[in-house]
Structure formats: C-alpha cells, structure tokens
Design a protein around this ligand. Structure first.
Ligand code: NAI
Ligand SMILES: Nc1nc(O)c(N)c(N[C@@H]2O[C@H](COP(=O)(O)O)[C@@H](O)[C@H]2O)n1
Length: 252
C-alpha cells in the first residue's frame, strides 16, 4: 500500500512554472537547481542536530515525491545521510524513472553497505548513489565495491578548503548527464547555496519550493539562515490542509 495520498488538483499547476523543462536545462556547466525542504515557523528543519524531524503533512510529503519525479537527481549532504538514513527514491505512483541520489561526503564517512539506500537499490526501488568526495579522501573498500556493484560511483573533486566548490560539483554533475537536481538539504548545504554571492556572481539556485509547517521547533533546532539577506522574487503561495508552500526564485 502506498504511504502517499493523491495530490490536490491545484498543486501540480502551481508548481509547474518552477520546474526544469526543455528550455531551462541547457546550461553547459550546471544542471537546473531546485532547492526544496520543509521548515518550521522559526526556520528550523529538524528539532535537534543529528536527528530527523517529520515536518511535512502527508499531502506535502507526497508533493516532495512528485517533485522528485521531475528531476534527474536528488542531492543531500552527509549530515543528512547520517541523521536520516534516507531512501532518496521516488515513491510517487506510476513513477517511470528514479532520480539519482547524490551525496556530498568530503571525508568519505558513509558506510554505504549498512544503509537503507543500499537496501532500496537492491530491491530495485531506486538508483545507487553518486558520492562526491574530496580528492584526499580514503574510501572504505567495502563501501566502494557495494556502490560500484549497484551501478553508483564515487566522484573525487577538490572540495576541502575550496570556496567555489559548488561550481565544481554542479559542473561535474552536468558532465555526468544530470540536467536537473533537486537539493533537499541539510542546513549546511541550504545555507551555503543561499550564500551564493560569496562564490558566484549569480544565484546557483534556479527555483525554491519550501514547505512551511505550523510548528515552532525552538532554539535547539537546526536552523536555515544564510549569513546575509537574500531576496526572493516570482513568489507564489499555496495553502494545503496543514502546510503552506512557497515557490520563488532568488533575485539575481
Ligand atoms: N526538513 C527538511 O526538509 C530536511 C531536514 N534535514 C535535516 O538537516 C539536518 C542535517 O543538516 P546538516 O547537519 O547541516 O548536514 P548537511 O546534510 O547539510 O551536510 C553537511 C555536511 O556535508 C558536507 N558538505 C556539504 N556541502 C559541502 C560542500 N560544498 N563542500 C564540502 N563539504 C560539503 C560537509 O561534510 C558538511 O559537514 C538533519 O537533522 C536532517 O534531518 C535534511 C534535509 C531536509
Ligand atoms: N519534505 C520533507 N519534509 C520533511 O518533514 C522532512 N523531514 C524531509 N526530509 C528530507 O527527506 C528525506 C527523507 O526522504 P525519504 O523519505 O527517506 O526518501 C530526508 O533525508 C531529507 O532530505 N523532507
């Protein structure tokens, strides 16, 4: 039985203008980037570091899976992997192709062989990950074999100490054939990308789709907050049964 529910009819047309399509995925050096996550009213994405907090209502969780159907890849940082042990597949009904999980793990900390993602992939319910590591990282041989056997790969890039490594990461994904990527988190990844003006003249993010849940998580929560102001343009709001969804684009 599916854990998801049918999407309200108004939601797909609401999201559509913010999705990758044939005309906005032609950049030679980067995929189309959608930043999407769920936050509390006090801009927290989990109640405590290192833990997972369910914020989305079933309706907006289903929306997240629909958004996954519309991207070639889903990207998260190693903090999210270690906290959530996520599936990172698409469970939306009648999904034709699965997105590629991409994990930023500079020090190759992830023991892939013990992960839920490995099980999901072994059951044919998702793709094996592309794991982005620093060039200096020592990769555990068991993890390496497991990733390769399932059709994933480790990609070594100059990450550590490199302030413009997002441009390198996104270029590398584009060269691997990924034309669109949905970036889900966690906080370090989101804050970095919103701080684009530190390493890029233009925003790296093309669209943002944020679920806002009616709860305060408090000061111990993991906060999304870039180091300086970011204006959002082309803003639209959708009101669901419990959550609100904001779509927009960072102002250039
Ligand atoms: N509510 C939501 O929608 C979501 C919530 N979360 C939550 O976020 C929390 C995890 O967030 P964080 O701890 O901030 O971890 P994170 O997932 O942002 O990973 C941060 C780590 O990834 C690596 N990394 C990321 N980008 C890098 C780069 N450009 N260069 C080099 N290394 C890079 C570094 O090792 C860094 O310490 C968890 O509690 C998780 O449950 C995560 C995703 C979505
Ligand atoms: N949209 C959304 N709402 C929440 O309440 C969340 N906690 C998250 N977390 C993200 O979803 C990943 C879990 O995905 P699977 O269901 O295991 O595929 C998690 O790792 C976060 O990226 N998202």
């Amino acid at each position: 039985m599916s854990e998801l529910i049918p999407l309200p009819q108004t939601l797909i047309p609401f999201l559509e203008p913010y999705f990758p399509n044939e005309s906005n995925t032609n950049h030679p050096k980067k995929p189309f980037v959608t930043l999407t996550y769920a936050q509390s009213l006090d801009s927290r994405i989990s109640a405590k570091p290192g833990t997972q907090t369910k914020l989305s209502h079933l309706e907006t969780k289903t929306m997240t899976h629909y958004i996954r159907t519309r991207h070639d890849a889903i990207l998260v940082g190693i903090g999210t992997i270690l906290a959530d042990d996520p599936k990172l597949n698409c469970r939306y009904p009648e999904t034709k192709s699965q997105p590629r999980p991409v994990i930023i793990d500079p020090n190759a900390k992830w023991k892939y062989q013990d992960s839920t993602l490995r099980k999901i992939c072994a059951e044919g319910k998702g793709l094996a990950p592309f794991i982005i590591v620093d060039e200096s990282a020592g990769i555990d041989s068991e993890s390496h074999n497991c990733v390769l056997e399932q059709g994933g790969k480790y990609v070594s890039l100059p990450l550590i100490g490199n302030t413009s490594n997002w441009a390198i990461i996104l270029d590398s994904l584009r060269q691997l054939g990924i034309k669109s990527v949905m970036i889900e988190g966690g906080a370090r990844v989101i804050n970095d990308l919103l701080d684009f003006n530190k390493f890029s003249e233009k925003p790296i993010i093309d669209s943002i789709i944020i679920t806002i849940a009616p709860v305060y998580l408090g000061i111990e929560g993991v906060q999304v907050s870039p180091s300086s102001r970011v204006d959002i343009t082309d803003v639209k709001w959708w009101q669901g049964e419990q959550d609100s969804v904001l779509c927009g684009r960072p102002l250039q």
